[in-house]
Design a protein around this ligand. Structure first.
Ligand code: 13P
Length: 247
């Protein structure tokens, strides 16, 4: 089964009603490659607005979800509330939440398990810091993050993996095509060995970290790069060029 190319837009904590409306209008008007799955992730406050206004072919993702049913969890949003609002994706394990909000591998795995078991698709992020890369620990760090996920999750059909080296996020310092391909291939090999060949063949592995309209074409040609998770550039008209990088 061919893996459908996937481009996600992570707005992070950016945007206003008017700027998000502009992004949505721009996407609605654009000619988007029909062979690409597009999912955008606005801040929680704007999820319903975006779902109601963006064309139905574009998916909408939350940037976080809790791992318990509804209840006394101040500040959190449940999987059931996302589904009730027509939101069927969530980003989990982003390095900004792992580092700034101290989410451990185990917390991320638990949220991912709860989401996929209750019908929400997950863009699950992993990646190493500059220090870890320079110490030659990249593959080891990612294998540990994957192992924590595997210990809780058995259904991988709702998971898209995003490899986001922390040193490339928001820095303008994109991984080279060789650096990205090497890690993507090793993630796929890990899946084949530790989960199954079928999961390795079918799981999309995205690259994230300073993706732009300038570097996306070369990255998209790599055999194990099945799309992108885009931060800053997803707020700009150039996001359309990234979606259409293979057209
Ligand atoms: P930038 O594209 O702004 O580097 O962010 C990448 C990212 O963190 C997407 O989740």
């Amino acid at each position: 089964m061919a893996r459908k190319f996937f481009v996600g837009g992570n707005f992070k904590m950016n945007g206003t009603v008017s700027s998000i409306k502009e992004i949505v209008d721009n996407l609605n008007k654009a000619q988007l490659d029909p062979n690409v799955e597009v999912v955008i992730a606005p801040p929680a406050l704007y999820l319903v607005f975006v779902r109601e206004h963006v064309k139905k072919e574009i998916g909408v993702a939350a940037q976080n979800v809790f791992d318990k049913p509804n209840g006394a969890f101040t500040g959190e949003i449940s999987v059931h509330q996302l589904k009730d609002s027509g939101i069927d994706w969530v980003i989990l394990g982003h390095s900004e939440r792992r580092t700034i909000l101290a989410e451990s591998d185990e917390v991320v795995a638990s949220k991912t398990k709860y989401a996929v078991e209750n019908g929400i698709n997950v863009i699950w992020c992993c990646g190493e810091s500059l220090e870890q890369r320079e110490a030659g620990k990249t593959l080891e760090v990612i294998a540990a993050q994957l192992a924590a996920l595997r210990s809780r999750v058995s259904d991988w059909s709702r998971i898209v993996i995003a490899y986001e080296p922390i040193w490339a996020i928001g820095t303008g310092k994109v991984a080279t095509t060789e650096q990205a391909q090497e890690v993507h291939a090793s993630i796929r090999a890990w899946l084949a060995k530790e989960v199954s060949q079928k999961v390795a063949d079918e799981t999309r592995i995205l690259y994230g970290g300073s993706v732009s309209e300038k570097n996306c074409k070369d990255l998209s040609k790599e055999k194990d790069i099945d799309g992108f998770l885009v931060g800053g550039a997803s707020l700009k008209p150039a996001f359309v060029d990234i979606i259409n990088s293979r057209a």
